[in-house]
Design a binder for this molecule. Structure first.
Ligand code: TRP
Length: 334
């Protein structure tokens, strides 16, 4: 089949993936792999930029993320899955790209800014963390990707990548690097179960793809709905109501969901009822994923072999781009 575009995408391995990852980008990646050339990177080197004190955690999470990828339906025959730190060309390209970005520009990157804030790193900002968008530009451009399926928080990374691409091509009078476009899903961000912010591991408000049904039940029970919807007969609010936003994202029967919303708004529909439905919907969604995950978990060799093969393929491509970049920069001598 004729492949449409090249995709480079990935995740930081800090633990297993959650429903926010699924809605934000995993679902797109599964759908796109059939007619795109897709590379999926487990960004362990990037994960270390704010976890350098916990290398074992990152090491272990690589396997967890690989399990999640395969369990949700990333097909190793259609997508190339690889490990970032095993591709030396990425580190080398990062070094050259660093000349093309100012420290002030990096400090203005909205995603980096938010993270520095959330993690309280203002006073002791590791240089490696500040410059991770440059390494992300290396990830994307090495594979000449034109499409990057990611959550909406990653849009500033793609903008920064494209600036580097333009600067590089202009300065070194070449067109070897190509600009990329972010692909954000219809539901760009999924709220955490607390309803406060987006789902994220660091905020402790996530439902994981690998959560047992008991844990999912606990989390659904705790979910934020409408604090003013006290009695069943009270009219309820569906905006900002986590149960409804998850039903929007996961319920295959959207017609019933809109009927339930109307009923809830009119009054007469209790939180227990909608939570029960959500639990059924999530169970049906997660069950096949978890069955597959359990089988794969028992066969670590099989999973690691997929990563090893993917990494070898990725290395070949990365080495080729590195040589092109170095030629354009007159870094060829013998
Ligand atoms: N920044 C992404 C995250 O936080 C991970 C990542 C690293 C990535 N390099 C990438 C995503 C390149 C898309 C493209 O999870």
């Amino acid at each position: 089949m004729n492949k449409k575009q090249i995709i480079l995408t990935g995740d930081r391995p800090t633990g297993p993936l959650h429903l926010g990852h699924y809605v934000g980008s995993l679902a797109n990646r599964v759908a796109l792999q059939k007619d795109h050339t897709q590379f999926i990177m487990i960004a362990d080197a990037q994960a270390l930029t704010d976890n350098y004190e916990h290398p074992q955690k990152i090491h272990d999470a690589v396997f967890q993320v690989a399990l999640d990828y395969l369990a949700v339906g990333i097909d190793p025959n259609l997508s190339t899955i690889f490990i970032q730190s095993m591709i030396p060309a990425l580190a080398e390209l990062t070094l050259y790209y660093l000349n093309l970005v100012t420290v002030n520009r990096l400090k203005r990157n909205p995603t980096v800014k938010t993270e520095i804030n959330q993690k309280g790193m203002e006073e002791n900002l590791p240089a490696g963390f500040l410059m991770y968008p440059v390494s992300q530009a290396a990830d994307i451009t090495t594979f000449k990707a034109t499409l990057v399926p990611v959550g909406e928080d990653q849009i500033p990374m793609i903008e920064q990548t494209n600036e580097i691409v333009r600067t590089f091509n202009r300065l070194y009078k070449t067109s070897i690097l190509v600009e990329a476009q972010a692909l954000v899903s219809k539901i760009a961000r999924l709220q955490g179960i607390d309803g406060k912010a987006k789902m994220s591991k660091s905020l402790g408000n996530a439902v994981y793809l690998s959560d047992s049904m008991d844990v999912v039940q606990q989390k659904v029970k705790q979910m934020y709905t409408d604090p003013l919807h006290l009695k069943v007969n009270d009219p309820g609010n569906v905006e900002g109501n986590v149960v409804f936003s998850y039903l929007d994202a996961f319920d295959p029967d959207q017609k019933t969901v809109s009927e339930l919303k109307e009923h809830y708004q009119r009054g007469g529909l209790g939180d227990m009822t909608i939570k029960k439905r959500l639990l059924e919907v999530l169970n049906a969604f997660l069950q096949p994923i978890q069955e597959k995950r359990k089988v794969l978990e028992q066969d670590k060799n099989y999973v690691m072999n997929i990563l090893q093969k993917g990494t070898a393929q990725a290395n070949e491509i990365a080495e080729k781009t590195l040589q092109e970049v170095k030629s354009a920069m007159h870094l060829h001598y013998f």
